[in-house]
Design a protein around this ligand. Structure first.
Ligand SMILES: Cc1ncc(COP(=O)(O)O)c(C=O)c1O
Length: 339
């Protein structure tokens, strides 16, 4: 298929309409051939200039990364970090913005995949909006699985990635740029070429991507969005909520603790759990994978070896998770790590 021909233009239009529906936007979502990190980089380089003051809100590994990207491109980044398992407090963000009127933008992760914690994004967006700064959001592991009404929460830039709740392989990042983000674009001087949002928007107007797109990913997205429309957004969100609750209740019933310190902020897309005292998490994970075909996520950076993570987003049913947790429970019992 010619990626500059009418057939692809039709697919791109349908996929973009589907993205607009899920993001809750009236302007077109842009697609880039890249992983989620590329989406975060696009968010930064299209709105900021070297020397701009930025507040990086981080509740884990991916929040740190967002700040690192801005720093790499020359932003003056101050960091609000919390302990693993905690949320970012909107009042603390408000305080920091009030203390420094020169902060231009706030970078925030909606769902922190490394700790299984979901930030109270609606409230965070409100305090940023009230202070008239830009809010750039990493919604890579939340959008499409939990509600993220982008325009209703009045956010400026929001990025997501194909391999999460969108149910297709890695390879596409999706980017919302709101009106204030486009205003910022006009004066932003960070270098950008491949991830230039205006080039992407102009090409989209012609039914194209500026560059050769990962076409097979668009075929996948076309199908995924068809499934999503059949289930409906409410259905998708309710399913994720129910599976997440089931996962949490099950691991708690074994006496294990969630990494999320306050369960009301535990993620509906990934559950992170401390390995119990005395359990050899690495050995148990290996056995689950090699003997039972169950792959557990591990911990990243200082959480390596201390936690496991169960992903329950996208193409997943409660039965899938039940089977995986049956295996894990058996292995923990065999290892006498739980009673
Ligand atoms: C919240 C979050 N941000 C950023 C990323 C990075 O995305 P990618 O690995 O697709 O570049 C991920 C991936 O796991 C993520 O979960």
């Amino acid at each position: 298929m010619n990626h500059r021909g009418p057939e692809f233009a039709e697919i791109l239009r349908r996929v973009t309409d589907g993205l607009n529906w899920v993001f809750g936007t009236s302007s077109d979502i842009l697609s880039f051939t890249t992983s989620g990190t590329g989406g975060l980089e696009a968010a930064v380089v299209n709105t900021l200039s070297p020397g701009d003051k930025v507040l990086s809100v981080s509740i884990g590994v991916f929040g740190d990364r967002f700040g690192d990207i801005a720093e790499t491109y020359g932003a003056d980044v101050s960091r609000y970090k919390v302990e693993f398992g905690e949320i970012a407090e909107p009042a603390e963000i408000a305080r920091r913005l009030d203390d420094d009127a020169s902060i231009k933008a706030v970078l925030v992760t909606h769902n922190e995949t490394s700790t299984g914690v979901t930030n109270p994004l609606e409230r965070v967006a409100a305090v940023v909006r009230e202070r008239d700064r830009l809010i750039l959001v990493d919604a890579i592991s939340s959008l499409s699985s939990v509600p993220v009404p982008v325009e209703r929460w009045d956010m400026d830039v929001v990025a997501s990635g194909s391999q999460k709740g969108w149910m297709v392989p890695p390879g596409l990042a999706f980017l919302y740029m709101g009106p204030r983000a486009w205003d910022a674009y006009a004066s932003a001087t960070m270098p950008r070429f491949y991830f230039d949002a205006k080039r992407a928007a102009d090409s989209l107007g012609k039914g194209q991507n500026p560059w050769t797109p990962a076409m097979s990913m668009f075929y996948g997205m076309d199908k995924a969005l068809e499934l999503m429309r059949a289930e409906g957004l409410e259905g998708i969100y309710t399913r994720h909520e129910a599976i997440a609750r089931y996962t949490r209740e099950r691991v708690k019933s074994w006496g294990l603790s969630l990494v999320a310190k306050d369960e009301q902020y535990a993620s509906n897309t990934v559950t992170a759990v401390w390995w119990p005292e005395g359990a050899d998490g690495k050995a148990i994970s290996n056995e689950a994978r090699t003997e039972h075909g169950v792959v557990l996520g591990g911990g990243q950076q200082s959480l390596a070896g201390r936690i496991f993570r169960v992903g329950h987003l996208g193409w997943v049913s409660e039965q899938d998770i039940e089977q995986a947790l049956d295996v894990l429970e058996g292995l923990l019992r065999d290892a006498k790590a739980i009673a």
